[in-house]
Design a protein around this ligand. Structure first.
Ligand SMILES: Nc1ncnc2c1ncn2[C@@H]1O[C@H](COP(=O)(O)OP(=O)(O)OP(=O)(O)O)[C@@H](O)[C@H]1O
Ligand code: SF4
Ligand SMILES: [Mg+2]
Length: 372
């Protein structure tokens, strides 16, 4: 992949949250390693799907990319510029080009603001479409591109259905003419029947405006049809990344296989033969991640010693139908793939009670205001 193809490059990104104890919460007793060394590259005009179970750090990664949380380490390079070198106005301008669409449009849209006010705010903040005539024309065209009538301008978020509110959330992100949209679970709060409409809208807008998407989801079914490439995340790190078709056809990481095995297949014959891997236990605490391969406490293919002590690096594998762009962080990917290693039963491990006892500052629901 040449550098000019890449719009967003994330290199070794880390976001660690301090865990505070004491009456005044003044002692740092540890860290939540929410994002702990993520590398990914998103090409111009593509859709990159990021999947992983709840709590694995997807939203924190999205927020770290947009610098809505301050990264602890690593780099985010957007269109050739390292964002950590930018401050003040330069950072604000760069951030205009990257916007976020949130999971729950009701909590991310201020209920006291009319749609017109919600949509005008970002334009005003960035000095776009300043004349009244120009601004109204822009508002009408934005609403029509997300499939809402211009009468919507005088209404308030609670007057809309969930799907319509998400359309407003998307229109709001588009007001400042971004290049990249980070969509954090954009359809998971919506009814299944409405999900497809919003996904189709996002695809149409991408084709029309040449947008690049990073779409975050907790299951592989949602990103399947829209992603060009997919990264699978587990406990703060990526474990597999691949062109979308290859990931579904030949999942190499045991965790990806488990995630895929949870996706039902409409064909009853295939469904009967579908591999079913039930993961034992919950995601371990990111405040106390397992040593070695972070998945070893739940991996049915775990091999003693090496899996417990050595963190696997990303690597390409020499297998038929697997391209060099398909990379996996598992010591035994080939042997798991060939069947040479067979899965074994895994006993669920209890989460470390000391980690649960820690007082972490809870994450706030995403707000669009902070992106502007
Ligand atoms: N501001 C914060 N302070 C402390 N810990 C946090 C903060 N934000 C997130 N975390 C912790 O970081 C971990 C990753 O959280 P994150 O919200 O990024 O996960 P996620 O993959 O988006 O999960 P979900 O699918 O439930 O949205 C969790 O353990 C969470 O409790
Ligand atoms: S490195 Fe070991 S524990 Fe980790 S996914 Fe591979 S086989 Fe499982
Ligand atoms: Mg999240």
């Amino acid at each position: 992949m040449s550098d000019t193809d890449v719009l967003l490059s994330v290199q070794g990104l880390k976001v660690h949250f301090p865990i505070k104890r004491g009456v005044l919460l003044d002692r740092t007793v540890g860290y939540v390693y929410a994002v702990d060394g993520v590398d990914l590259a998103v090409r111009r005009g593509e859709t990159y799907g990021l999947v992983g179970e709840s709590g694995c750090g997807k939203s924190t990664l999205g927020r770290g990319i947009l610098r809505l949380v301050e990264p602890t380490g690593g780099r985010v390079v957007f269109d050739g510029t390292d964002l950590s070198t930018l401050k003040g106005e330069a950072l604000r301008t760069a951030r205009r080009r990257m916007q976020m669409v949130f999971q729950d449009p009701l909590s991310s849209l201020d209920p006291r603001q009319s749609v017109e006010s919600l949509l005008t705010e970002g334009m005003a903040a960035h000095g776009l479409h300043t004349g009244a005539g120009q601004r109204h024309a822009r508002l009408r065209s934005l609403l029509s591109s997300v499939g809402l009538p211009s009468q919507a301008l005088s209404k308030y978020p609670h007057e809309f259905s969930g799907g319509q509110r998400q359309r407003i959330g998307i229109a709001r992100a588009l007001t400042v003419e971004p290049d990249l949209l980070v969509a954090d679970e954009p359809v998971s709060a919506l009814d299944v029947s409405v999900q497809a409409q919003v996904v189709n809208l996002m695809e149409d807008l991408q084709a029309e405006l040449g947008l690049t998407y990073l779409v975050i989801a907790h299951d592989l079914a949602v990103v399947r049809h829209i992603s060009d490439r997919i990264g699978v995340m587990y406990l703060g790190g990526l474990v597999e990344r691949a062109p979308a078709g290859e990931l579904y056809a030949q999942p190499l990481h045991p965790y990806t296989r488990a995630l895929l095995s949870a996706v039902p297949v409409p064909d009853p014959v295939v469904e009967d033969r579908r591999e079913q891997i039930l993961l034992a236990g919950d995601l371990p605490s990111p405040a106390n991640p397992p040593s070695g391969c972070r998945f070893h406490t739940r991996c049915p293919w775990r091999q003693p010693a090496r899996c417990d002590t050595e963190r696997p690096a990303f690597r390409s594998v020499q297998l038929a139908g697997v391209s060099s762009e398909h990379q996996v962080a598992c010591h035994y990917a080939e042997a798991v793939h060939s069947g040479e290693l067979l899965p074994h039963a895994v006993t669920a491990q209890a989460t470390d009670p000391a980690a649960l006892d820690a007082r972490v500052v809870p994450d706030r629901p995403g707000s669009i205001d902070e992106v502007i």
